[in-house]
Design a protein around this ligand. Structure first.
Ligand code: WT7
Length: 640
């Protein structure tokens, strides 16, 4: 990969040094080079109220102007911004000029419905051009979007909509995945029928399938009708650099999901810079990130990053296994994809599928257009990494294992193509400007070779600004006083290689599970289970799973007696369906086991370490002297 944007380790080291020597100067240079400012900033970092940092705070800009308008004048206007492949294979594409026009129309329509700067708009849409249009239209008028993944239930949608105080929702009649139509609008209706939603005055509906829906005028309106009635230009709202661009909910170890609030300038800056540094994006690339816009990856590497740098990207509506598990490879071949970014779970499931059916093996497809492969969301095991490099990348393409989080806004620790020597299973080194370290529970730095807590030492522009409506949760959760208050705590364990200093992420250190690259709080699933009328107590743990990373295992004590084996299956099925309804199908436990009480210490704490061992099927050799009722572990070792 000679000639990449950071060419060789010496170039990487030089950037690391530039950032260390003059931190503000480094970030200011990047912010001037990568963003278009309506009013230039004169201040870089304001850390007077740490950890509530402000970046470039007296500058004015607009995110949608940066992602769209600038391409009208730099030769990109007729370039494809998005090539969309629908579930059934239908292909639609849109140029930067057309995307700009659609965003302006929707932005005008939102303004016409009284939505203004700072107002919150929920987006509950399938993967579509319309999803990007909706997000960019909010950004254009300074409205704060909050996208909810289409797999979340009405209850989850409602909880987020109330927390964020939404005034409008943009949704679709239905979504299409794997040949099936799934409802969206009726779920929005269900959420709006619950308490505390009076503030929502507008529901904009994208007609995807034409399926039957209930219509509530004047609240409900069709996206296409609104667009038809609007001019295709729209003066952007110039906002301050730290104006919230969006709030995206994610799971934590305690309580309800938290609204991670991102800024406009710092966030957008890093999406754009990492498109260059990590992916080495070039004018003729076809970039494909398979994430959903409901997750941070879809925000940074679909909606904002690729458009900010004027790239052509592919967006896919469907699932990797339909109509067969060769879909990804067929699409890469057909669209001549050059940069492919997906999750380890997808890779592992496609390895399995290609072992079972050689016609869907990547070797059968013409993948010569690929030049870069990326992964994100969970640790990738070396054997999957090697398969990806060899069978998909043909041994030519670097595999970029990008470590980051909803809260970090963009990549943090990742190899750079053309610079970093790769090691399977390691996300290697922090990007220039990011200083990662491993510390113990008191915040003291540990030597290489010793595992500990992953922290980030200095603030960086794309970090979250706060938790929506809960600044204390932000301060305590991310800058814990135990670590001295000045270190950002990622929530992951990590270890550095003694020789290379490379980082390997060992997984979450809190009660957060990573299921197929999706973050799930064990507490959330436990609360969903205990809200079922039959359930007295529930404890949820993760069990390492070869394909999906971690499988959800729930231990349940019913209000009545422990169910007889013949009833257990049926009750487990009811509870799984209940969790699907409460949170969403992604939170359904893979397994539910029943006991007559919960194994606890004498002080009443559930002994999770033992439950984790039981879930793995390990014989319990651990110390049980502190457990009040060890006999129930025997009951819990049986599957329902
Ligand atoms: C958590 C963040 C970042 C976008 C998608 C997930 C895990 C993420 C990696 C990686 C090992 C990873 C961490 C992190 N994670 N990337 N390359 N190697 N683990 O965003 O939902 O905010 O989850 O995902 O545990 O804390 P998220």
């Amino acid at each position: 990969m000679k000639g990449t944007v950071i060419d060789g380790m010496a170039a990487y080291e030089a950037l690391v040094k530039e950032a260390r020597v003059d931190r503000p100067g480094f970030w200011a240079r990047l912010a001037r080079e990568h963003l278009v400012w309506h009013r230039p900033f004169t201040r870089v970092l304001d850390d007077s109220n740490a950890p509530f940092f402000k970046w470039f705070d007296d500058g004015l800009l607009n995110a949608s102007y940066n992602c769209l308008d600038r391409h009208l004048y730099n030769g990109n206007a007729e370039k494809h911004a998005i090539v969309f492949e629908a579930d059934d294979g239908t292909i639609t594409s849109i140029t930067y000029r057309q995307l700009h026009a659609r965003v302006c129309k929707v932005a005008n329509a939102l303004r016409g419905r009284g939505v203004g700067a700072g107002d919150r708009v929920m987006i509950y849409l399938p993967m579509s051009i319309e999803g990007v249009v909706a997000m960019q239209a909010c950004a254009r008028i300074g409205a704060v979007h909050s996208v909810v993944f289409g797999g979340f239930s009405a209850k989850s949608l409602h909880e987020r909509m109330v927390d964020v105080g939404a005034v409008a929702i943009i949704t679709a009649d239905e979504q299409k995945r794997g040949g099936k139509s799934l409802p969206l609008k009726s779920i929005v209706d269900e959420a709006l029928a619950m308490d505390g939603t009076d503030g929502v005055h507008t529901v904009i509906v994208y007609q995807r399938t034409g399926g039957t829906i209930v219509w509530n005028p004047p609240r409900d309106c069709w996206l296409h009708e609104l667009e038809d009635a609007q001019p295709d230009t729209c003066e952007p709202e110039w906002v301050e650099a730290d104006h919230p661009l969006f709030v995206l909910y994610t799971s934590g170890s305690t309580g309800t999901p938290k609204g991670v609030q991102h800024s406009t300038a710092g966030y957008l800056l890093w999406s754009a810079v990492t498109m260059h540094w990590t992916f080495d994006i070039r004018p003729d690339d076809v970039f494909w990130c398979t994430a959903d816009i409901g997750w941070i990856t879809g925000h940074s590497y679909i909606c904002y990053g690729p458009t900010a740098v004027g790239a052509t990207q592919l967006i896919f509506e469907g699932v990797p296994t339909w109509p067969n598990a060769g879909r990804f490879w067929e699409m890469i071949a057909h669209h001549r994809v050059s940069i492919f970014y997906t999750a380890p779970t997808a890779i592992r499931s496609l390895i399995k599928a290609s072992e079972a059916d050689s016609t869907v093996h990547p070797r059968r497809f013409e993948l010569g257009s690929l030049r870069m492969l990326g992964t994100v969301g969970e640790p990738i095991n070396p054997s999957a990494w090697e398969w990806y490099a060899r069978e998909v990348g043909g041994g030519r393409c670097p595999v970029l294992d990008t470590f980051w989080q909803t809260e970090t806004g963009g990549h943090m620790i990742t190899p750079l193509p053309g610079a970093t020597p790769l090691v399977p299973g390691s996300c290697t080194l922090p990007l220039p400007g990011i200083e990662a370290a491993i510390v113990d529970e008191t915040g003291s730095e540990l030597p290489n070779g010793q595992g500990g807590l992953l922290v980030i030492k200095h603030p960086w522009p794309s970090m979250l600004r706060t938790i929506w409506g809960n600044p204390e949760r932000f301060r305590h959760g991310y800058y814990p006083p135990e670590l001295g208050g000045g270190l950002y705590l990622a929530g992951d364990g990590a270890i550095r290689d003694p020789e290379t200093g490379y980082f390997t992420i060992t997984g979450r250190i809190d009660d957060v599970l990573n299921v197929s690259g999706h973050r799930m709080g064990t507490m959330e699933i436990e609360s969903a289970l205990t809200s079922h009328p039959l359930v007295a107590e529930a404890a949820v743990v993760g069990r390492p799973d070869e394909t999906i990373g971690e499988a959800i295992v729930a231990f349940v004590v019913l209000k009545g007696p422990r169910p007889a084996p013949e009833d257990a299956k049926n009750i487990a099925e009811q509870l799984r369906a209940w969790v699907g309804k409460e949170i969403g199908p992604i939170a359904k436990p893979k397994e539910i086991r029943f006991g007559e009480s919960m194994p606890k210490t004498r002080s009443g704490k559930v002994v999770r370490r033992l439950l984790r061992a039981v879930a793995k099927g390990e014989s319990i050799a651990q110390d049980m002297s502190t457990v009040e009722n060890p006999a129930v572990l025997q009951q819990f070792s049986h599957r329902a």
